[in-house]
Design a binder for this molecule. Structure first.
Ligand SMILES: Nc1ncnc2c1ncn2[C@@H]1O[C@H](COP(=O)(O)OP(=O)(O)OP(=O)(O)O)[C@@H](O)[C@H]1O
Ligand SMILES: O=P(O)(O)OC[C@H]1O[C@H](OP(=O)(O)OP(=O)(O)O)[C@H](O)[C@@H]1O
Ligand SMILES: O=C(O)c1cccnc1
Length: 467
């Protein structure tokens, strides 16, 4: 895990914190909602990722001596710096589970803490959750089209700098099997995997010698890259020779990799050459600017590809590049707070809240989450946030509570799960979601409703400000 200190924040958080500190608001309890407004990739859902990393960092978050010395040069006073020296996050965090399927405009996570502490962690929290949720969602879209085929993350070299470290983790939450990223493999216990570069083959005078040396040096999980000179006339025939030599040594060539040209055509021709040589166990891997649409097309063309290596489009969250997740104040100093906007969708929901997933008796999600005040009973009806005549009866349906305490008084309250467990949970949650929310074109819009009490509270606050 990279080493983060509490200066992993925006300056305005510290400026506001200093003012709260001196103006008697230091101990005011505040509640902030983390939510996003728009599903990434024009999809119907997002996969929530990054929670465990953020909790681990917040648990140990401190201002180092170097931080304090630096902040001294940035116009912060001694008394406030003295407070920062002893800083520890002592608040509560309520969240959906990592890997869950989440939707726009309703809280995914809530922070309840002194306003100074809640403000200091905002940027860190947004930075982690927005990025990993974006990448886990992209990975999941790729997983949806790839079926059970092996998906490998090849993105580190094209990632937004060190973001690639967490992209590899988020890719697994979304359903990838492994990564070429060795550091992420070490730290997050992700299976590492990989093949060879064109440079390796180019550095030899002939392709066959390059393949032979590689197979000798790395006989387990040996994958030969076959497109450096001529895939069908040279690469695959040389790979077949080496595979036969390996058989004589009691070894097996795992796969060949295609990285250019018409991947469907080349995969079909290569499959035929391999099968005709009695090498039906040798798999075919493909890479080259893949994404969910190219993979879907390749599979529609019945390309016999077993392993997809996906780099750029996965780790940069192409084409979106960012999730628009925000952190909005909903309660402070004993009062509900609201942000009013000309754009109705940007008006926030006041108060500490709870979110329920509406399900039928079989545990299937019915395509709706309902947001309530934290303390109220399960609601019997949910209302459209802004269309007064739209509402839905909830009696007789199951309501699953989604926000659970994950940190209490600054202490982590959940047992951390392995990435494999998180990915398994994510898969299960996605399976509960009807298919119409998962299609790529014009997915069904998931309903977010609010309870009568929350609606009344929000409307009361809106009218008090309009006055
Ligand atoms: N049969 C196919 N159907 C759909 N998309 C494909 C198919 N084959 C390859 N692609 C995709 O088409 C895109 C463009 O490939 P392009 O022709 O630029 O690659 P290339 O042949 O490798 O070129 P270069 O030799 O310059 O690397 C890539 O994203 C690739 O994955
Ligand atoms: O296309 P992406 O989805 O980003 O996948 C990663 C790409 O990175 C490598 O190419 P690169 O040219 O960097 O190295 P190479 O010489 O090993 O092919 C690899 O061969 C893939 O084409
Ligand atoms: O192992 C590979 O084949 C690999 C790793 C990173 C990027 N491209 C390919």
């Amino acid at each position: 895990m990279l080493d983060f200190t509490a200066t992993y924040t925006d300056l305005y958080q510290l400026s506001m914190a200093q003012v709260y500190f001196h103006q008697g608001h230091k101990n005011d309890i505040a509640v902030f909602d983390y939510f996003f407004r728009k599903n990434p990739f024009k999809g119907g859902y997002a996969i929530f990722a990054g929670l465990q990393d953020v909790l681990k960092i917040i648990d140990e978050l401190k201002f180092s001596e170097e931080d304090i010395a630096y902040l001294k040069t940035q116009d912060f006073d001694e008394e406030f710096l003295g407070y920062l020296k002893g800083f520890k996050f002592n608040g509560n965090i309520y969240s959906v589970q990592e890997g869950d399927v989440v939707f726009p405009t309703r809280p995914v996570l809530q922070v309840e803490a002194s306003i100074v502490e809640a403000q200091i962690i905002e940027t860190l929290l947004l930075n982690f959750l927005n990025f990993q949720t974006l990448i886990a969602t992209k990975a999941n879209r790729i997983r949806l089209v790839a079926g059970e085929r092996m998906l490998l993350d090849f993105g580190l070299r094209r990632a937004q700098g060190p973001g690639g470290y967490y992209a590899s983790r988020a890719a697994v939450v979304g359903g990838f099997n492994g990564t070429s990223n060795v550091l992420a493999g070490r730290d997050f216990d992700i299976p590492v995997s990989g093949t060879m570069a064109h440079s390796f083959i180019q550095s030899y005078d002939d392709e066959l010698s390059a393949f032979r040396d590689f197979a000798e040096g790395r006989p387990r999980n040996c994958v030969l890259l076959v497109d450096t000179y001529d895939t069908l006339k040279s690469g695959v025939p040389n790979a077949i020779k080496v595979a036969r030599e390996m058989e004589k040594r009691g070894q097996k060539l795992l796969a060949i990799r295609l990285d250019s040209g018409d991947l469907a055509y080349l995969a079909k021709q290569s499959r035929k050459l391999l099968d005709d040589a009695g090498l039906d166990y040798v798999k075919i891997a493909a890479s080259n600017q893949l994404d969910e649409f190219v993979i879907k097309s390749l599979l529609e063309q019945e390309a016999p590809i077993d392993i997809f290596g996906v780099g750029t489009n996965l780790v940069i969250g192409s084409p979106d590049g960012a999730l628009d997740g925000v952190y909005k104040l909903t309660f402070s100093a004993e009062k509900p707070r609201i942000k009013i906007s000309e754009s109705i969708i940007k008006i926030t929901l006041p108060h500490k809240k709870q979110v329920y997933r509406v399900k039928n008796d079989n545990g299937e999600a019915l395509g709706a989450d309902v947001v309530t005040l934290a303390e109220e009973e399960k609601p019997e009806r949910m209302f459209h946030p802004f269309e007064p005549f739209k509402s839905m009866e909830l009696t007789g349906l199951k309501l699953e509570k989604l926000l659970q305490p994950v940190m209490k008084d600054g202490e982590i309250k959940i047992d951390f799960r392995s990435l494999t467990e998180i990915a398994r949970y994510s898969k299960k949650r996605l399976a509960e979601l009807p298919t119409e929310y998962k299609r790529f074109n014009n997915p069904h819009i998931y309903k977010i409703g609010i309870s009568q009490n929350l609606k009344e509270e929000r409307d009361r606050l809106i009218s008090s400000f309009k006055k």
